[in-house]
Design a protein around this ligand. Sequence first.
Ligand code: ARG
Ligand code: ZN
Length: 887
Amino acid sequence: ATVRREDYAPPPFWIDDVALTFDLDPAKTRVLNRMRVRRNPAAPEQPLRLDGEDLNLARVLVNGQGASFKLEDGKLVLSNLPEGQEPFELEIFTTCQPDKNTLLSGLYTSQGTFFTQCEAEGFRRITYFLDRPDVMSVYTVTLRADKAAYPVLLSNGNLIEQGDLEDGRHYAKWHDPFRKPSYLFALVAGKLVARSQKIIARDGKEHLLQIYVRPGDLEKTEHALQSLIAAIAWDETRFGLHLDLERFMIVATSDFNMGAMENKGLNIFNTKFVLASQATATDQDFANVESVVGHEYFHNWTGNRITCRDWFQLSLKEGLTVFRDQEFSMDMAGSDSARAVKRIEDVRLLRTVQFAEDAGPMAHPVRPDSYKEINNFYTVTIYEKGAEVVRMMHTLVGEAGFRKGMDLYFERHDGQAVTCDDFAQAIADANPDSELARLLPQFKRWYSQAGTPRVQATGLYDETAQTWTLRLTQTIPPTPGQADKQPMVIPIKLGLLAPGGQALPLQLQGETEAAALERTLVLTQAEQTFTFVNLAQPPVPSLLRGFSAPVVLDQQLDGTALEVLLEHDSDPFNRWEASQQWAQRILLQTLQADTTDATPVPERFIAALRKVLQDPTLDAAFKNLVLTLPSESYLAEQLECVDPQRIHAIRQNLQAQLAQALQDIWQLIWQEHSDTGAYQPDAFSSGRRALAGKALAMLTLEATRTGDAIWPGKAYQRCKDASNMTDRFNALSALVQARHPLAEQALARFHQMFKGEALVLDKWFQLQATAPDLDGDILPKVRQLMQHPDFTLKNPNRARSLIFGYTNANPAAFHRTDGAGYQFWADQVMALDALNPQVAARLARALDAWRKLAEPYKAHAEAALQRVAAQDKLSKDVREIIEKALA
Ligand code: ARG
Ligand code: ZN
C-alpha cells in the first residue's frame, strides 16, 4: 500500500508513558509493555490500532482487565476502550525471536549480543505500539538476562536500579527523562567493554561518555571518543547546544544495516564508523568515524529534541544534521584549503550519486509525497540534497542569521514533532529582511520539486559600454510524477577575473556603491540577465563558487578561461572545478567522436596539471583531487546513451596518459611525500598520504605498461612494510588496479596478515571486486570469492563490500555484453531479499539507470529486472524499487 503525505492525520491516541520489561533470550524474548494511553481530543473518535510485526501475542489487559481485541493485517485493534479523556493503562505481553531476526530491524542478536534498530519502523517488531514519530512517550525499561552471557545491560537515559536475580540472572532498570518517539528506543545486552571518560561540559555539569565494543576492540576506540568530545564542544560553540544527558553511550555492532543510529543517549553504530586504529583503518575511515560520531551526536538536538512529525519530513532531521556534520568536519579540518577539500569531497558525492538518483526512476523530492517502504527513502536526496537545501538557506541569511534562525527553531519547537515547513519558517522569520524571507514560498520548491536544475550561463561583453552581461536560464527536467516544474530560487555566488587572473570589482548596472570582489546573485526566474559595469576587458567568470546551489551549471568556457581559473581563482572549489570541467570536456569529446582511437590529451591540459602538482602553495589533498578524474558514473550522467565499457576504456586511457606524461613529477611527489612520519589522521597528513598513494598508483600503472619492475616492486614492498593501513592499502590497491602480476601475492599476504579483522577483510573483498576487468574475469572472481570461508551474505558489511563493490563500483565489469553481470545481480537481490530486504533493496537500485544503457546491455538489464519482478515472494522493499525501475 502507498502511504501519502497528504493523508497525514494526528494520532487518535497519545501514549504518555511506557514501561517495558524484557526477559532477554535469543530464541524467545518476552516483552511486557505497560502503557499509559489517552484519547487525543483533536482527533475524531476511532478504535486504537497498534502497529505490530512478527510478534506472538499472549495477553492484552486494559486497566488490569482482559480486553477484547482483533488482529487486522498485523495490527492490534482495540475498539471497546474507556470513554472520555482520562488516561487508561494498556498492558500487552508478546514474545519475539531475536536470533531468527535476519532483517536487523527490531530486536536482533549479533555475535551473541542483543541490539535494536527501530528507525524507521522497527519498534513494532518489538511490541505493539503507535509506531509513528509524532507519538512521544517517557520510557522506563527493565532488562533481565543471564548475567554470565549478558553482563552489560543498556537502554536509553539513566541507570536507576540494578541487581541480581535468581538462577544466575540479573537486571538493570533505565529511565529516559525525555519524551521520545519509538524510533529512538534502544537496548543492548551482551559481553561488551567500554572506554569511559567523564567530562565537564560548558554548562559546568559532569557527563559520562562511553564507547562500548567487543573485548578485543577496546584499543580501537580512542578516535571515536575524541571525536565525540570534539563534537560536544563544537555544538556548544557553534550553535549554543549542550549535552542534555548525564550519560551518553555509543555501542558498536558488526551487523548493522546502515551507518549508525541516534537513539537517545544510546547511539548504536556499525563498527565501521567506530573502530579505528592506525594498523587497521585508513585516513578515510578515521575521517568517517569523526563525521558519523558527529552526525549522530548532533541528532540529539536536530532529530531527538525536535523530531519529525511524519516520515515525509525525514530530511528535516537528516538534511539539517548532514549540514551540521559537514560543517563540523570542515571546522575540524582547520585551514581554508582543508575546508575546501572537504567541500569538494561532499560535492563529488552529491554529483555522482544524488544527481544520478535525481535523474532516474527513484527521483523524489527532498520531502517526498508518497512511499511504499520508508526504508527505501533513506537516500542521498533526503540526506545530501537536503543538506544542500539547508546550506542555501545558510548562504541566503549568512552565518549569524542562520544561528539566529536555529535559536528561533529551538525556541519554538523544542520537544515537538514538526515539519520541514516549520524549519524553513523559523530560519526566515529570524531574518525578516533576508532574501530567504522575501522568497520563502518559492524557495520551498526545493522541498517539493525533484530533479536537478540545469543552469545555463552565457556572457556577453560590450566593448564600447565596458559592460559584461551574464544571462542565466534555468530548467528543471521532468521526474516521475512531476512533468512540469516551476523556477527555483538559486543562489549563485560569483567572482570575475581579469585575463591575468586578478579579481575584479563586481558592480551591477545602476549601483553606485563601491563594489565587492565576490557576491551572490539570486536567480528566481526561468531567465534573467545581470549586467556588470566598468570592465575594461572581457572577464573570466567564476560562477557557483563553493557550489552555492545543487545544480548542473552549463557554461562553455574555453581552455584559456579554464586555465585562468585553475591557476588564479581565489575560490578553491572553482579552481578544482576548472580541472574537472576540462577533463570532462576531453573525455566527452572522445566519447562522442566516432572512433575507438585514443585522442591525444591536449598539451595545455597536461601543462596546467603539471603546474598544479608543482605549486608549493597548494596542499597535497587538493592536488590529489585535481588529479582525480570525474568518475565513470558522473560521466555516464552527462550522456543520453551509455556504454559503460567505452566510458571506462576512455577514462582509463586518459589516466594512463597522465601517468605517462607526468611520470617525472609523480616520481618527485613520491620522493617528497612517501615518508609520512609518525601517524596522525589529520587533514594535512592525510592529504600527503593520499597524494603519495596517487603517485605510487600512477607509477605502478605506467611501469606495468612498460614492463618495468621497479615501481611494482616498491608497491609490493610497501604492502609488506607500511606502518599504517592507508599506505599499505594504497600500495596494494596500486598493484590490483594496475592488474600487475604481483597483485595476487600481495593480496594473499594481506589476507594472511589481517585474518580476524572483519573491517580489513571487507576492504580485501571490495578491492578485488573493483579491479579492472580483463576479458570478463571479475565476475568469475566474485563468484569464487563468495565461496571463500570469510564470505557471508548475512553480514551487511561483507555483502556490500563484495557484491555492491562489483555491481556499483565496477561498471565496466558489471555491464557485460553477455548480460551475466545482471543475472548475477538478480540472483543476489533475490537471495538477499530472503534474509534482509533493506539491504536487498539497496542492491536492487544498481540497475536504476538501465533505460539509458546502449544495446546489448539494455535488453539484458530489462530481462534481469523482469525476472526479479516475476518473483511472487518479494519484500515490499525490493518490489517498490523494481516496479519503479520498470514503470
Ligand atoms: N537516522 C540514522 C542516521 O542517519 C539512519 C537510520 C536509518 N535506518 C534505517 N533502517 N532506515 O543517522
Ligand atoms: Zn542521520
